[in-house]
Design a protein around this ligand. Structure first.
Ligand SMILES: [Zn+2]
Length: 290
């Protein structure tokens, strides 16, 4: 027994290993503290210096799409084509993650193929690409109908709908596709419904999540500028540029404004430069073309 103890002592994992292990454990222990300091500094810079997130991309394991899925982005998603090579790899990683997390359900016999999964996921990823956290917490499933669908909630036909209770976005594929086939009519069903999902989710998270804070703070500033007449809401209402539905309520307002911002940024910037800048800041949308 004594011999065994001596043997064990002699073979004790050497002290340098224990030192490394204890340093790692101490390091892990202080990580939350460092993260809190980082968030505090980032919050100050966002609120008082107009910064966006201090960094947006950090992935321990970077994933990629299959060649045919990349091809769908290349051929059908203008925003992706305009990104630089590095940004495109981040975009594809996020699309991969998003597709893996969300459940896609085809309705009325509609088959869910890669085109549907990629284009719907890319819409979500485009809207949150200016942020570090790209989760859309209130959406767990995407229900896709071939065309307009009947809803028992209001006994009416719809092209799209966001249902926070069911944590689902429900869309007509025909109308979703039209949103991208006609790129400059300021109508995009996918963008519209995802903005509703972001907006409602962010209202809950605005005090402790950077993406939510940027979005809601930007929207509140935009609304107060319009209410105090430092921005001209009447001019917006009377112009033909924004469709009338924008002025139904605050949810439709921001959804239509972001559809318009994404589809015709040059026109938006020249006609309503101050409003354009607010949207660009709230989405942290510093990409080619915007
Ligand atoms: Zn709407």
């Amino acid at each position: 027994m004594t011999n065994l103890l001596i043997l064990l002592q002699n073979n004790t994992p050497n002290s340098s290993f224990i030192n490394i292990l204890s340093n790692v454990l101490i390091g892990i222990g202080v990580l939350p503290f460092i993260y809190l300091i980082f968030k505090f500094i980032e919050g100050i810079l966002i609120d008082y210096a107009g910064f966006g997130p201090l960094f947006r991309h950090f992935y321990l394991i970077k994933r990629d799409l299959k060649p045919n899925q990349k091809q769908i982005l290349e051929s059908s998603f203008k925003f992706y084509r305009q990104l630089n090579r590095k940004e495109q790899t981040y975009f594809r990683h996020r699309v991969y993650r998003y597709m893996s997390r969300v459940e896609f359900v085809g309705r009325e016999g509609l088959e869910i193929d890669d085109e549907k999964k990629i284009l719907v996921s890319a819409t979500a990823i485009m809207l949150t690409f200016g942020y570090r956290n790209y989760n859309i917490n209130l959406v767990d499933r995407i229900l896709i109908y071939p065309s307009t669908f009947y809803s028992n909630i209001d006994k009416n036909y719809h092209k799209g709908h966001f249902n926070p209770g069911f944590r689902a976005i429900i869309i007509s594929w025909e109308d979703f596709k039209l949103g991208y086939d006609i790129e400059d009519d300021n109508l995009n069903l996918g963008i519209h419904e995802f903005v509703h999902a972001l907006h409602i989710g962010y209202l809950h998270d605005k005090d402790n999540e950077t993406s939510a804070h940027l979005f809601i703070k930007g929207l509140e500033e935009l609304n107060s500028s319009l209410e105090s007449n430092s921005l001209d809401k009447k001019k917006m209402e009377e112009s033909d540029y924004f469709r009338a539905y924008a002025f139904e309520n605050n949810f439709e307002f921001i959804a239509v404004l972001i559809e318009t911002f994404i589809e015709t940024p040059k026109q938006f910037k020249s006609q309503f430069p101050d409003v354009y800048l607010k949207i660009k800041q709230m989405l942290n949308f510093n990409f080619v073309g915007y």
